[in-house]
Design a protein around this ligand. Structure first.
Ligand SMILES: O=C(O)CCC(=O)C(=O)O
Length: 264
């Protein structure tokens, strides 16, 4: 089974959701014209890391972003792995999560996953609360999962998803340029050790505190880099053959060779 993906490697207007909605709409429409199945966005694409202003610019219950995706997905017949947005609780304003919304081509919400591991180096723990749910979902009939940026530094979290049969891992990020070597190495490792596709979308550009490194990437289940962007704004397109996951898992059957009597 093949899947055509488009990764929107974009710059994000700091603290300007309205400008970012316009830009993403144009990009999704452009990607859909190329006949893709799934469009993937970066992390916190509505607000960027303007965390001290979240009271003014966060999305209440993710409602605006969900409606936005639902309309665009349906009109353009694409599935959307919607990066993540600052998602504020209606009841408790102090509760803001970094939430991925996944919407299918019928405009239905398939998944809501909130970043489980908050990244202190960018002050997330001061402004955000962590999620407590897993990232599993099925999209285009494929067992998948979605994780957010720093989450990929926790191989046990990714492995837990692979044990749940995940074949495609979507990663959305605002990963800084100085550690872009870690980004590539971690994503390739997660693909090899879990024998899955990794489809990872990072942003480019800069905010007042960080410069972001791009290098959005599609990695195959054998660890091969199938497509990779540079450091400029672009839409990265790739067709993947999901059946390769079964072939790799048959060739080196790590899941049946695991010693669950020694470790979990
Ligand atoms: O782990 C890293 O180096 C980057 C993580 C990050 O930027 C994030 O989670 O937002």
């Amino acid at each position: 089974m093949t899947l055509n993906v488009a990764l929107l490697q974009m710059d994000i207007e700091y603290g300007n959701p309205w400008g970012n909605y316009e830009k993403v709409k144009t990009n999704i429409e452009q990607a859909a014209k190329s006949g893709v199945d799934v469009v993937v966005l970066p992390e916190l694409w509505t607000t960027g890391y303007d965390l001290s202003r979240l009271d003014d610019i966060a999305d209440i219950e993710g409602g605006e972003s969900l409606n936005f995706f639902a309309e665009l997905a349906k009109a353009n017949q694409v599935h959307v792995v919607g990066g993540s947005v600052a998602n504020q609780s209606r009841e408790q304003a102090a509760e803001v999560k970094n939430t991925m919304l996944v919407v299918n081509a019928s405009g239905e919400k398939v998944k809501e996953y909130s970043k489980a591991h908050l990244f202190r180096l960018m002050d997330e723990e001061k402004y955000l609360v962590e999620g407590n749910d897993n990232g599993w979902f099925t999209l285009a009939g494929i067992p998948s999962a979605g994780l957010i940026c720093y989450d990929i530094r926790f191989p046990e979290w990714v492995r837990m998803h692979a044990l749940g049969e995940m074949k495609v891992l979507y990663v959305v990020a605002e990963w800084p340029k100085p550690r872009i070597d870690h980004w590539r190495a971690l994503l390739i490792s997660r693909a090899i050790e879990n024998q899955c596709f990794v489809i990872a979308c990072n942003r480019v550009g800069a905010d007042p505190n960080n410069t972001f490194g791009g290098h959005s990437i599609v990695v195959g289940p054998w660890g091969e880099v199938l497509a990779e962007a540079g450091e400029d704004e672009t839409i990265l397109y790739k067709e993947i053959d999901v059946d390769q996951v079964d072939n790799v898992r048959k060739t080196i059957p790590i899941f049946s060779d695991r010693r669950s009597d020694l470790y979990r």
